[in-house]
Design a protein around this ligand. Structure first.
Ligand code: MN3
Length: 207
């Protein structure tokens, strides 16, 4: 089985001016594609061949197979990240997700503060996530480099890419400005709500 670079779920200029067409072109067409291409080279003819993307990431993590893990996890993370944003986004959570956010963080504003602070506290590259734990509680975590919540038994609901390639063309090194724009103008709470309601791993773009 060969993994394919999934198409973006919107036009490359659809998130402008918050995320430019140039950023999406490089990020999807070069960075995300690079992870998919390297993964395909790495798994060809191995025991990983034929497994789903998330299963490759899980198995490679268990085995300490760093090269395969990094590319599989990054391929998964980006497919998920594209879904976390939408030009037709729901700007605020509703329903059970809204209730759970209020119970856990107090308010959406307090979740925003926590999400941005955790994203800023991540040294170097990584990801910041809203997750649901096995006990059902919501939390905000950040992961280093390619790592993803599933390796810690957590379910991802929303993520923002903290690698500089995600924001440098639009915001230079101003990660905080990017995180604020992501939370205020890009994050799609309908997608996060769908993830919360989905059993097992959230749906990502077919890859
Ligand atoms: Mn990236």
């Amino acid at each position: 089985m060969t993994f394919k670079l999934p198409d973006l779920p919107y036009a490359k200029d659809a998130l402008s001016p918050h995320m430019s067409e140039r950023t999406l072109s490089f990020h999807h067409g070069k960075h995300h594609k690079g992870y998919v291409d390297k993964l395909n080279d790495a798994v060809k003819g191995t025991d990983y061949d034929g497994m789903t993307l998330i299963d490759v990431a899980r198995r490679a993590h268990e085995k300490g197979d760093t090269g395969v893990f990094n590319n599989a996890a990054q391929a998964w993370n980006h497919g998920f990240f594209w879904r976390c944003m939408s030009p037709d986004r729901a700007a605020e959570p509703t329903g059970p997700l809204a209730t759970r956010i209020s119970e856990t963080f107090g308010s959406l504003s307090q979740l925003r503060t926590r999400f941005i602070a955790d994203g800023m506290a991540r040294f170097g590259s990584g990801w910041v996530w809203l997750v649901e734990g096995t006990d059902g509680a919501l939390d905000v975590i950040s992961t280093a480099n390619a790592d993803l919540p599933q390796t810690a038994g957590l379910k991802p609901l929303l993520t923002c890419d903290l690698w500089e390639h995600a924001y440098y063309l639009d915001y230079q090194n101003a990660r905080q400005a990017f995180l604020e724009v992501f939370f205020d103008h890009l994050a799609d709470w309908n997608f996060a709500a769908t993830c919360l309601e989905t059993q097992g791993d959230p749906e990502i773009l077919a890859a």
